[in-house]
Design a protein around this ligand. Structure first.
Ligand SMILES: [Zn+2]
Length: 560
């Protein structure tokens, strides 16, 4: 009997084990009470058999055949004349599963959702269709949260960046409290109005949430999330470095050639020799710069800047900005292809002539003319130049070579040749002693190259220190330094802080942050993705809010 689920209060009549286990049972008690009046009766009217699915036993599906008795109600005034006995410890009326099986299916539903839960259940001999499992999840009463004190609020994408929902967590135990499918001021403030216990709210930098919290919870202290503050700082640094790119690179005497890559090949007859490794390196470096510039153009454009502003910030022409924006994707440089030339039909002849050691150009020209060549002698000489090996550019011959001056750039890439504002920003933000030797050198070069970069570096590090150490009391000093600086990007960052100063100060001082909320938003995304088309809000809400509390307990403790 020990392999069977708990069957106390029941008498086992028969156990039949095949691939399945079928257990026939009846109630142990000779009496039953009427569900209507509660009066106990022992007058049996009739019997019938009810089949129930139960938890599997050792991997075998278990069926219970329950012999149910119908009783006469012995209370004459009761409107029920006949009632069927019930088994409240075993199951609910009119349900085909035992309570413990329902509980197991519910857990599968919360953990994996309907479809995946049903698939898993089938493998483990737990019956239950996706619909059954989803119904169990939906019916579950979640514990109501009593008066939260410290909460975090964040948004989540409900319809792929078109509609956003709101998620609220209790930051004292890092558990989600509520979620709904919008982030409108009215909805958010109404939620807070019903919860006057809230003392502290951590939020992002959006003015929507700020306004809603001020309206619904005027008593609460708002805390701007440090991660978001840091993100804004990083954006400013990156914009500044992109603006200073020309300055930085000029000082390092690297020829930027920003427009060259963009130009059509000159209509010249000159043919280019195959690329050397140095050239290839330089090409890749230029590509990296251009990609960086391109990304900056897109970002600044998204921020609403006009073409002329973008062009002057990044140091390229307005025409290029417009062309890039029109393109819609990163414009890879065309590999310059040799255009067909009049000498092509004689290529084989010239090659043979060259390999035989002949070097008299004039003689070759005469021979070609005799064979019908109608091109210029210059074109012929240019073609000969291509036959020279790249390692011996100085070999004798009066054929015209590539114009001088470009070679110095192409051979050895100078430091910061592949300067990228994005990567440099990362160097600026991190702690100096966390950078490796190469990174430290690169950082030092950038700082030396541009006074703006140097000033920005000091301000960035000071601000990052406030974030790391929560030393918000230094904020005013920092803001006045920015005021004195000549850095427009930092001034606009500071302006943003001024508009939300109390919350930023709280964010830079208090241990609370939106980290745990974002953890739950990520979990929500996973759950949402696993639900495919069935991501109905109610179900999503049930699954997100029923989170296991054990896992994330130390987050606030760590920050504090
Ligand atoms: Zn009754």
């Amino acid at each position: 009997m020990t392999i069977l689920p708990d069957l106390s209060d029941l008498v086992v009549e028969q156990v039949c084990v095949t691939n399945d286990v079928t257990v026939t049972v009846h109630a142990a008690s000779p009496t039953a009470s009427c569900p209507c009046c509660g009066i106990t009766s022992k007058r049996v009217h009739s019997h019938y058999t009810r089949t129930l699915r139960d938890l599997p036993a050792s991997g075998r599906p278990v069926h219970l055949n329950v012999r149910v008795r119908r009783f006469f109600c012995q209370e004459s005034t009761c409107r029920r004349k006949i009632f069927a006995e019930r088994f409240p410890a075993l199951t609910l009326p009119r349900v085909k599963f035992t309570l413990r099986l329902q509980e197991a299916l519910r857990e599968m539903g919360f953990e994996s959702g309907g479809e995946a839960g049903a698939r898993l259940g089938k493998r483990l001999s737990y019956p239950g269709s996706p619909d059954t499992i989803l119904r169990l999840v939906k019916q579950t009463q979640l514990p109501t949260v009593s008066s939260p004190r410290v909460v975090g609020i964040d948004d989540w994408s409900w319809k792929r960046g078109l509609r956003y929902g709101t998620l609220i967590c209790n930051l004292e135990n890092n558990r989600p409290i509520d979620l709904w499918p919008d982030r409108a001021v009215e909805t958010v403030s109404a939620w807070f109005e019903k919860r006057p216990s809230v003392e502290i709210v951590s939020r992002d930098r959006s003015s929507e949430y700020a306004a809603a919290i001020s309206k619904g919870a005027p008593q609460a202290l708002q805390v701007a999330d440090v991660w978001h503050i840091g993100k804004n700082l990083v954006d400013s640094v990156q914009t500044l470095l992109a603006r200073c790119r020309a300055e930085i690179r000029r000082t390092l005497q690297v020829q930027a050639m920003p427009e060259q890559e963009e130009m059509e090949p000159e209509p010249e007859e000159e043919k280019r020799p195959a690329r050397s490794r140095g050239q290839e390196q330089a090409r890749l470096a230029r590509r990296a710069q251009k990609l960086d510039r391109y990304e900056q153009v897109i970002e600044l454009h998204d921020q609403g800047l006009i073409t002329a502003d973008i062009a002057s910030r990044i140091g390229i022409s307005g025409r290029t900005v417009q062309r890039w924006l029109r393109n819609g994707s990163f414009p890879e440089a065309r590999r310059r292809r040799r255009r067909p030339s009049l000498i092509d039909p004689y290529e084989h002849y010239v090659l043979q002539w060259w390999q035989q050691g002949n070097r008299n150009g004039l003689q070759l020209y005469r021979e070609l003319r005799a064979q019908g060549y109608r091109g210029s002698s210059k074109a012929m000489y240019n073609y000969l130049a291509r036959l020279r090996t790249p390692q011996s550019p100085s070999s004798s011959e009066s054929v015209s070579l590539k114009p001088p001056g470009r070679k110095s750039v192409l051979t050895s890439p100078a430091p910061l040749e592949n300067f990228s504002a994005r990567r440099a920003t990362w160097l600026f933000v991190r702690q100096l002693d966390k950078l490796d030797e190469t990174e430290q050198k690169e950082l030092a070069l950038i700082r030396q190259a541009s006074p703006s970069a140097e000033a920005a570096y000091r301000l960035t590090q000071a601000f990052m220190h406030m974030i790391r150490e929560r030393t918000g009391q230094q904020l005013d000093t920092w803001l006045s330094l920015v005021e004195k600086s000549m850095l427009p990007e930092f001034k606009s960052f500071a302006k943003g802080i001024q508009q939300d100063k109390a919350a930023v100060l709280a964010g830079l001082t208090l241990p609370w942050s939106n980290g745990p909320v974002e953890g739950h938003v990520n979990r929500l995304k996973l759950i949402k993705r696993s639900m495919y088309g069935r991501a109905k809000l109610h179900l999503l809400r049930q699954r997100v809010l029923r989170s296991s509390p054990k896992k994330r307990k130390s987050t606030t403790a760590r920050i504090a």
